[in-house]
Each structure stands twice: as C-alpha cells, then as structure tokens.
Ligand binder design. Structure first.
Ligand code: GDP
Length: 422
C-alpha cells in the first residue's frame, strides 16, 4: 500500500520539503486551484468577448437602420466637448417615432408643482393619499377599544389581529403591540389617540431602520439608477415623476428605454421624455436591453448628465432570463463606468398587498436591490404593508407615490409616513 496515504497530514507538513509527500500535500491543491482559476478566467473572457460582439452587432444594426448616424456612441464619448458630435448622436438615438402632442407648458407645470410643494403641502398630499389606510385603521381601533376599560391581553390580541389584517405582517405587528403594551399607562388605556401615538412612534422606528441607508452617489460622472419592477406597478410613471424631481433640483437627466420587450414601454417613456424635455435613449423593440443601457451610459457621460435612469423589463415570470438580462446590463454598464449602476430600485404597487412582498423577494433573488419605491398608496387601505416590507427585507424605501402627478411622489420619510398612517 502507498505509504503516503497512511501518514498523518500534520506529520506530512512537519516533514514538508522532502520527497513526494510534500508534492502531494502542497503541490496538488495548488495545481487544482490553478486549473480552476484558468478555466474561470477563460469562461469570463469568452463571455465578455461574446457580449462585446453582441453589442457591436447591435450597434451595426442600429447604424444600418438609421443612416444619419456617422458618429456612434463611442465617438460621442471620445469627443464629449464637441456639440456637433453630440447632436449627430442625438439623431441616432433620440426618438423619431410620431410624437404625442403635449402642451408646452407641461414641463413647467410638473416641475413647478414640485418646486412649489413645500413640506406642509406634501404632508397634506401624503395624508390625503393615506386617507383610506388611516380611516380603515381608525375604524378598527375604535371597534377594538369601545366599551373596554383596560388594555388587557384580549384587547392586545384584537389589536394584533387588526394589524395583521392591515398587511402589517406578523413580526411588525408583534413589535407594535409590544410597544403599545409597554408605553400605554393604565389611565389612558382605552384612549384611541394614545394607542395611535404609540403605534406611530414604533412604526417610525421600524420604517427608519430600513430607510437610513445612504444613497450611493458617485463623486463625479452620471449617477446611474436602474429601475426594475413588473409591468403595471407604475414603473414608467415613477421614472417620469423622478425625472421631474431631479429637474426641479436643477439636475440634467437622461432616460434609457431598456425595456425593449414591450413596444408600449418605450413609447410611454418617450411620452414622459417629451413632456419633460428630456432625451430618451432607445433602440428598436426586441433589441438587446444591455445595448440600450450601454448607449445610455455613453450618452450620459458624453452629455454630462447628472442622472441616468434606466427602465428595464419586468419579466418576472421568466426569472432565469430576467436574471441573465439584468446581470448582463449590470456587467456592461459597469465596464465603461465603474461602480454603475449605483442604485437599483424596485418599484412595487401597494394595492397588491402581499403580492408586493413576493415581488421584493423574487427580485432580490435576481438582482442586488438597493432600494424600493412604493406606488399607489392612495389606492389602498393597506399602507401598513410598508412595515411588513421594512421588517422583513431591511431594504431602504427611497420614495413613495400617493397619486398620479409628479408632485405626488416624494422621498420617503419614516416619521411623516407613520404619522399619516395611524
Ligand atoms: P408600468 O407598467 O409599471 O410602467 O406602469 P405605469 O407607469 O404605466 O402605471 C400604471 C398605472 O398606474 C398608470 O395609470 C399610472 O398613472 C398609475 N399610477 C402610477 N403611480 C401611481 C400612484 O402613485 N397612484 C395612483 N393612483 N396611480 C398611479
């Protein structure tokens, strides 16, 4: 029998440096690791080559289809001081489909409305938006507390059940009820206002634990934000609203229509682009989404945009494809602009309740999310779902939408939200 196999590995190490045993113990693993490293490097190299070739083909196709374009995105990026070059490229990528007529004063309407929405009027909008949730909750609370003299375990159990029905989730409901139990004095045990205040206090803590992650903004160059979410959640409208917000803050914005799967998605984004006077980088329907994102980044650099918002397809039903698509977009835009995308925000529709939670879970598995945007809070009595999401996923909620207008979207504030919810 081979002696080497019978020896204690420690002993082998001690006597390392002499004979075939040493080679077996040290040389073997090194060779195996080296082979793996080489194979991995070759795979990455082949994949990069293939993606670059695909992008080149896509660009060639685009150039053939739009003969006005002599300068491509590459040339534009190299000569970003040159206005002519940028103009030529505008011809290449900016929408040329029949335009939707929009009143020219709409830009000022959207942006001005945001500028004139101060904190007090935003709180009014938020309160109006959450009116259904608040009314439903206040009704439940009054039913639970009416005729009760003490906040006993039965009352607390009813409170827990009502919170659960409001889509708050078990963990958040536990935490809220615990806080009520600890903070409410015996004297005002059945005062709905006191209970609501205790709930607001704890809800703000739960929501802010997730909200405090700072935004990842580059020191220089465009801030690239990838917007993901399934169809119908309000993704395109949210991109339009975000654009109006950035414009109101004097930021130069560019949009990239990388949801090439649905023609309507591109058209809808172009409508927002026209409405706000912002260019939309787009290719034909069915084009490679990564190529659109790539052109978007090139254009954002060349045109010195402050923000690039990239719309993507939300084909969650084809999870593997979606994962590959988003993975490719991430790799390709990161190649020209290291660190991009800086943020990846998932848009969810509050009216879908538990389904929204499932979407957060599913998207977290296909892409690294850095934040959430919750829309249509005005259309549901289940605004409590944010607590469930915050408790479960610890993802920052970046913005909330409480209506269809641009000014109905605002950066999320945990205290304000909790204050309007209960
Ligand atoms: P997408 O398919 O995800 O891009 O969804 P859209 O942006 O087309 O939005 C779908 C519908 O939701 C549109 O009618 C929007 O006006 C509407 N919508 C979006 N956000 C909100 C919101 O916060 N509140 C309300 N009430 N409607 C919204």
């Amino acid at each position: 029998m081979d002696q080497a196999t019978n020896k204690d590995p420690i002993e082998l190490l001690i006597h390392a440096g002499s004979g075939a045993d040493t080679w077996l113990l040290i040389g073997g693993p090194i060779i195996v690791v080296s082979i793996f490293a080489v194979v991995y490097a070759v795979i990455v190299w082949i994949r990069n080559k293939r993606e670059t070739a695909e992008l080149r083909l896509e660009e060639e196709r685009l150039n053939r289809e739009l003969p006005t374009s002599q300068a491509g995105a590459e040339a534009d990026a190299e000569d970003n001081e040159d206005e002519d070059s940028a103009d030529k490229w505008s011809e290449l990528v900016v929408d040329e489909s029949p335009q939707v007529t929009i009143a020219t004063d709409t830009v000022t309407t959207d942006v001005e409305e945001i500028r004139t929405t101060d904190r007090a009027s935003w709180l009014e909008r938020l309160s109006r938006g959450l009116a259904k949730s608040r009314a439903s909750w206040q009704q439940s609370l009054s039913l639970i507390l009416t005729g009760k003299s003490r906040l006993d375990e039965q009352v607390l159990e009813d409170l827990h059940a009502a919170l659960y029905r409001a889509d708050v989730g078990v963990a958040a409901a536990d935490s809220l009820v615990d806080h009520v139990r600890r903070t409410i004095g015996k004297d005002n045990a059945t005062d709905p206002a006191a209970v609501a205040n205790a709930l607001k206090e704890r809800a703000a803590q739960i929501l802010s634990s997730a909200a405090n992650t700072p935004l990842n903004k580059p020191e220089q160059g465009p801030w690239v934000v990838l917007i993901v979410g399934v169809n119908g959640v309000g993704k395109t409208t949210t991109i339009g609203k975000l654009t109006a917000h950035f414009l109101a803050n004097e930021q130069k914005v560019l949009l990239a229509a990388a949801d090439t799967f649905r023609a309507a998605a591109v058209e809808q984004l172009v409508v927002w682009g026209d409405r706000l006077g912002v260019d939309v980088i787009k290719h034909k329907q069915g084009a490679d989404p990564a190529a659109v994102a790539y052109d978007g980044v090139k254009a954002a650099i060349a045109r010195r945009a402050d923000v690039l918002l990239i719309d993507t397809a939300g084909r969650l039903h084809a999870k593997q494809e979606l994962m590959e698509e988003l993975g490719k977009i991430n790799r390709i835009i990161g190649r020209d602009l290291p660190g991009a995308p800086h943020e990846t925000w998932l848009v969810i529709d509050a009216t879908t309740g538990q389904n929204a939670l499932m979407q957060v879970k599913a998207f977290s598995q296909v892409v690294k999310l850095t934040g959430l945007i919750v829309t249509k809070l005005d259309g549901t009595a289940k605004g409590g779902v944010l607590l469930s999401i915050a408790e479960q996923f610890k993802l920052p909620i970046r913005y909330v939408g409480v209506g269809e207008k641009a000014a109905d979207l605002r950066a999320f504030d945990a205290g304000d939200y909790a204050g309007s919810l209960f």
